[in-house]
Design a protein around this ligand. Structure first.
Ligand code: SF4
Length: 307
C-alpha cells in the first residue's frame, strides 16, 4: 500500500485508517511545530498530487480484505485539501465502505476554505478537524509561515464560512506555542475568532514530539489546562502529557531499525512499509539518529536513512 497507513490507534479517533492525498511533504503551510518536518513543497495550487485510481484501488483492496476502522482519515504528509479530487475520493470511499458506513474525517489546516470548491468537497466528510493557531497575520507568519499568496483574513473568513454551511462535526484544533500565541491578548483574540466558527469541540495541542524547528517548546500541562478554560465551550487538552509516546513503542522502533538494516529508505518508504503514519516514522528516525544507530544520506534531492 502506497497511500494507506494503519489503522493506527488514535486517541481522538479510535482506530483510524490514514489516507495520504499528497506526497511528502506538500502543504500550504510550513508550521514551525510540524511533526513531519519542514515543508519541501509549499503551495496553494490544487492538483491530483497522487493518482485517484490508485487511492481508490487501495481502499477497495483494504476493505475487501476485511478492513475495519473507526474512521478513514484524510491526512498524512501534508495538506489533503490540496488534492483536486478530494470530493471524488470521499465519494469513492463512501461507496466502497457503504455496508459498514465508516465515517470519513479530514485533518486540515483550513487555509483553502476560502475556495468554494474546497468547501463543497470537504463538506462531504463526516468530521472535519481544521486548525487555527494564529489570531493575526503577524503570528500566522511566525507559527505557520504561509506562502506569500495566502492571505490570513481570507483564510479566517473561509473557515468561518465553511463552518456555517457544514452539517457534519467540526472540531477546531489550536496549537499552543509558548512565547508566541500563549499570552493573554493572543488567547483572547483566538477565543474571539473561535466564537465566530460554528463548531462542536475546541481542542488544544502543544509540542510533545520533535518539531520542524528545534526551538519550539512544549507548554506545561498546568498552563494548557488554564488556557482551556478561556474558550467557550471549554477546550479539551489533547496533547499526550506523560502518556506513552510513539518513540517509546520499542517494538515498532525495532522494526524501523530492521527495515533500515536491510535497505536505505526515505521516511515515506518506512511509513508505507510498516503501515505507520509518516509523522511517526519520522519520530523513530530522529531517535535512531540520536542513538547513532542509523545515518542519513542525500541522493537525488531525497534524504535516505540507512544502518
Ligand atoms: S502541521 Fe499540518 S499544516 Fe502545518 S506544515 Fe505540518 S502538515 Fe502542514
Amino acid at each position: 500500500m502506497n497511500y494507506l497507513f494503519g489503522p493506527v490507534a488514535s486517541r481522538r479517533l479510535g482506530r483510524s485508517l490514514g489516507v495520504d492525498l499528497v506526497p511528502f511533504k506538500t502543504c500550504s503551510l510550513d508550521c514551525i511545530y510540524c511533526e513531519c518536518g519542514c515543508t519541501t513543497n509549499e503551495t496553494i495550487q490544487r492538483k491530483e498530487y497522487v493518482p485517484f485510481n490508485e487511492i481508490i484501488a487501495e481502499i477497495k483492496e483494504w476493505y475487501s480484505n476485511g478492513g475495519k476502522a473507526d474512521y478513514i482519515t484524510l491526512a498524512g504528509s501534508g495538506e489533503p485539501t490540496l488534492n483536486s479530487r478530494l470530493g471524488e475520493i470521499i465519494k469513492g470511499i463512501k461507496r466502497i465502505t457503504k455496508a459498514t458506513n465508516i465515517p470519513v474525517c479530514i485533518l486540515t489546516n483550513g487555509t483553502l476554505f476560502y475556495r468554494e470548491d474546497v468547501r463543497e468537497e470537504a463538506a462531504l466528510a463526516d468530521l472535519v478537524i481544521p486548525s487555527l493557531d494564529a489570531p493575526n497575520e503577524e503570528i500566522f507568519k511566525k507559527i505557520n509561515r504561509p506562502p506569500e499568496d495566502l492571505n490570513f483574513n481570507k483564510y479566517i473568513e473561509g473557515l468561518i464560512s465553511f463552518s456555517k454551511s457544514f452539517t457534519g462535526k467540526l472540531w477546531l484544533e489550536i496549537f499552543i506555542v509558548p512565547g508566541i500565541n500563549d499570552d493573554d491578548k493572543s488567547i483572547d483574540e483566538l477565543a474571539a475568532i473561535a466564537d465566530k466558527i460554528t463548531l462542536d469541540i475546541i481542542q488544544l495541542n502543544t509540542a510533545v514530539r520533535p518539531t520542524a524547528e528545534k526551538n519550539v517548546h512544549s507548554e506545561t500541562e498546568e498552563k494548557m489546562n488554564d488556557l482551556a478554560m478561556r474558550f467557550s465551550p471549554k477546550a479539551e487538552v489533547v496533547a499526550s502529557f506523560n502518556k506513552k509516546t510513539v518513540v517509546n513503542d520499542s517494538a515498532t522502533k525495532d522494526k524501523v531499525f530492521e527495515l533500515l538494516s536491510r535497505r536505505p529508505c526515505i521516511v515515506e518508504d518506512i511509513a508505507s512499509g510498516l503501515g505507520i503514519k509518516p509523522a511517526d516514522a519520522r519520530q523513530f528516525v530522529i531517535h535512531l539518529l540520536e542513538e547513532d544507530k542509523i545515518k542519513k544520506s542525500e541522493r537525488d534531492g531525497k534524504t535516505f536513512y540507512l544502518k
